[in-house]
Design a protein. Structure first.
Length: 132
């Protein structure tokens, strides 16, 4: 059995204020009892990559107007209807993006696995596989 990571390993970007708040929440008399803990393990280097990605997205231009989606949207919808169980059970893909039914939180809560494409890898991702 491996040792549990420390809070510093589990939450490497946690500030001193955040550490005190976490301790307060853990010790609160009405806090739930947790059997397992997780953490984002988001390193400072990864935070920098996320922020760089945010800047890239903020500066990106949108080259299409509402009602006139880019050509690749049709292929994306067709692929979703072929590979994603939720969409596949709806029947053939619609010809217009506007006709794809919206998804609600209730849909996800009911069966989140139905939104995972058949082609999604099932093994754990490596850091290099994550785009940011």
């Amino acid at each position: 059995m491996t040792d549990e990571p420390t809070d510093a390993e589990r939450y490497p970007t946690l500030t001193e204020h955040g550490r005190r708040m976490l301790q307060f929440l853990r010790e609160h008399p009405h806090a739930p009892r947790y059997l397992d803990q997780s953490g984002n393990r988001l390193t400072a280097e990864r935070v920098a990559r996320v922020r760089a990605f945010e800047r890239e997205v903020e500066g990106a231009s949108v080259s299409w107007r509402p009602g006139h989606p880019p050509a690749w949207v049709g292929d994306l919808v067709a692929r979703a209807y072929a590979e994603v169980p939720h969409y596949r059970q709806l029947g053939p893909p619609p010809s217009r993006l506007e006709d794809v039914p919206p998804v609600s939180r209730a849909d996800l809560a009911r069966d989140v696995a139905a939104f995972v494409p058949d082609t999604a890898p099932v093994d754990a991702p490596h850091d290099d596989d994550i785009p940011f």
